[in-house]
Write a protein of this length. Sequence first.
Length: 204
Amino acid sequence: MRPRRWAGTEVASPLLLITTLAGALGSRKETIIHGMVFRRHSTIAASGARRRGGCRAQRGGTTVVELLATVAVLGTFVGTTMLTSSQVRPLYIVRGAARQVAADLQKTRMSAVTENNRYLVQFTSNHTDTILDDNNNDGTAETGEGVRTVDIDLDWSGVSMSSTGTITFLPNGTVVAPVTLTLQKAGTAAKTITISQAGSIRVQ
């Protein structure tokens, strides 16, 4: 359709005006809608950021709780370990002392066999014993006969020792009479060392 002319002026047809106006309104509407969408997306983004921040804060709180729980567990473990150690250590001391005394007795027995004379072990206190190399087999210490004193308290403090008698090792490895030794430390069970008639030495 050709435009009409009014007094030298070209006027667009009504259809063209309507189309142009509709296009302008459509562009404005689209702009408004896009603006709303943009604002909505911005709101969602801000909300998401707040949620993420909250999650981080929550994760931080959980980490602190877990740390406190770990410290509590470690404290309980350390306390239990210290208590157990204080109870077990004296028992190991008594066992160590018993093994040392038994080893010394075994060496004394072997010396009696090797040197073909008696060896006497006398317990002079609750933590010392005297070992006599009885060369003439008379049962008494004389000049020239070796005498050695052993003090278990030097290596095993607090351990006491008692005996049912003197141990006399014969050249054939046996003893004159069986003897029992008892070693103990306060607060622990006692350990015993038995020397049989045949000269066998056993820690019990």
